[in-house]
Design a protein. Structure first.
Length: 291
């Protein structure tokens, strides 16, 4: 995958070839972050237990979350995150490689972002994820590894995170572009995202860029640098301005963050609550169609 060298920040991803060569290095830690939303009839943990990359531990975004928050999967307090990942054997000294069952568009990018929020930058997403690993007939196992607890010292980088209040303020200041990674029919209120009782539509002024447009559908890898940049720009994203990424539940929008990071943009934050939080506040404005 020679095209990776064309990214400004290629450290955000690694190839299956690279991981195969470094799989048993003492500093390498492999993480399966597969996750499926309700209604898909699939379960990330069960699929991990069936088979996974050798040595991989399971990162459950439903569990590594703020249990006191009214919404699921919200970013946990720093000490909670540190305790959870330490028990998985993930520490400051490790190069953490994260994959999922859909090439990164599920929760691998979310887990990558979470590690970066808590100050661990030696982290990457496996390009093509587990599907590519399997297509290449690489080694897998069923055994759940037992790793010694590690030391993880969180150093929060809150510039990577936006709250509801900050997004609402941006509607007045327009200092940051808001990119909505949901499918077009959900963005344009043609389909409800959250089921009966929810409001349809999108945050006013946000740009719609469905996250799967950033992905090569055959390889399940992010597009090469030139194509990735063209995809963002064709949707009206100004790469010289800061960005807030959002989606339905704060998971898939992290692929927007990863894609922009590869292109050299570090002024990108995720709106953790995303539409599920915005929708819960009837007093907040929404648009049904892009004006």
């Amino acid at each position: 995958m020679d095209y990776m060298k064309d990214y400004t920040n290629p450290d955000g991803i690694v190839s299956t070839e690279w991981l195969a060569q470094h799989l048993y290095a003492s500093e390498t830690r492999v993480v399966d972050a597969s996750w499926w939303p309700q209604g898909t009839q699939r379960n990330g943990r069960e699929e991990y237990l069936d088979t996974h990359i050798p040595g991989a531990v399971f990162f459950d975004i439903d569990d590594i979350a703020d249990s006191a928050a009214p919404l699921p999967r919200m970013l946990p307090p720093a000490e909670v995150f540190a305790n959870k990942v330490e028990r998985l054997g993930l520490g400051d000294e490790h190069h953490i490689i994260i994959y999922d069952n859909v090439g990164g568009a599920s929760a691998a990018a979310r887990a990558w972002w979470m590690f970066r929020v808590f100050g661990h930058t030696n982290v990457a997403v496996l390009a093509g994820g587990f599907p590519k690993w399997l297509r290449e007939q690489r080694t897998v196992e069923e055994t759940v590894p037992i790793l010694s607890p590690a030391l993880f010292k969180p150093r929060q980088n809150l510039s990577l995170l936006r709250s509801l209040e900050q997004v609402r303020e941006d509607l007045d200041t327009h200092l940051e572009q808001i990119i909505d990674g949901r499918r077009a029919e959900r963005y344009h209120a043609q389909q409800h995202t959250l089921g009966p009782g929810s409001r349809a539509g999108h945050i006013p002024g946000s740009i719609n860029l469905p996250v799967l447009e950033l992905v090569d559908q055959r390889e399940l890898t992010l597009l090469p640098a030139d194509s990735l940049q063209q995809c963002f720009e064709s949707h009206g994203v100004d790469l010289n301005r800061p960005v807030i990424a959002t989606c339905g539940e704060g998971v898939t929008c992290c692929l927007i963050t990863l894609g922009l990071y590869l292109l050299g943009k570090t002024d990108v934050a995720n709106y953790d609550g995303s539409w599920v939080e915005w929708d819960a506040h009837d007093e907040l404005p929404r648009e049904l169609e892009k004006s």
